[in-house]
Design a protein around this ligand. Sequence first.
Ligand code: NAD
Length: 250
Amino acid sequence: MLEGKRALVTGSTSGIGLAIARALRAEGADIVLNGLGEKDEIDKLAAELDADYNGANLLDPAAIKEMMREAGPIDILVNNAGMQHVAPVEDFPPAKWDAVIALNLTATFHTTRLAVPHMKAKGWGRIINTASAHSVTASPFKSAYNASKHAVAGFTKTIALELAQTGVTANCISPGYVWTPLIEGQIPDTMKARGLTREEVINDVLLAKQPTKKFVQPEEIGALAVFLCREEAGNVTGANWAIDGGWTAE
Ligand code: NAD
């Protein structure tokens, strides 16, 4: 279905981004991987997906510009790279605030502004932003993350309107909790911030939010991304798709 389309998935060396890259590749898209990690592991992923890889650090706008130049014309842009930091607002390190906003929000602006001219010229494009349940609701101790994800949702709606008559759609996918290294990494800080054990964090903080009591699977998010790339999804734009086990229905 996606033969001849070139897809850049940021943060695709791990977790949700990797699952999206695999799902788009399975539909025939050419993939450009991006993300941090061990060279050997990334070489294996690039070989598995017959993909190009660009290791740009998305905290750096100049590196983003160079990545977009090297990647060439992109038909499907998945802004997925993201980071979390968990701390009460009065202890939140300002440098962490800046990094979370730079990666989760500002990088999405830069890749999008550089990808849109080709999409408009071609009359077809798909922009998919991995937001979060935290784009419409909040949890304590995640001030930078929640602010960045609410902003990504607003940014996505804005560009959907700007591009509405161009054949280019822009949507958010908003997962609930998905078991990836990002979640694993926030457990110790959440234990500290809330005075809980690891099991209490998993069951009473994370899964407590999700009526299904199950983590979302990365592959389920990949399947949703594929749907958004279909021709039949041409009228789906400016949407913020929950895939959160019912979290935001409550
Ligand atoms: P992850 O930690 O498994 O993957 C993050 C990816 O981003 C990795 O490929 C990493 O190398 C890359 N990355 C990190 N810093 C980078 C930088 N400076 N430059 C370039 N790449 C960088 O996390 P994940 O859980 O797969 O998260 C992916 C996205 O999904 C994020 O935007 C996250 O906010 C969002 N999300 C995750 C969950 C969840 O429960 N895991 C829930 C909702 C939303």
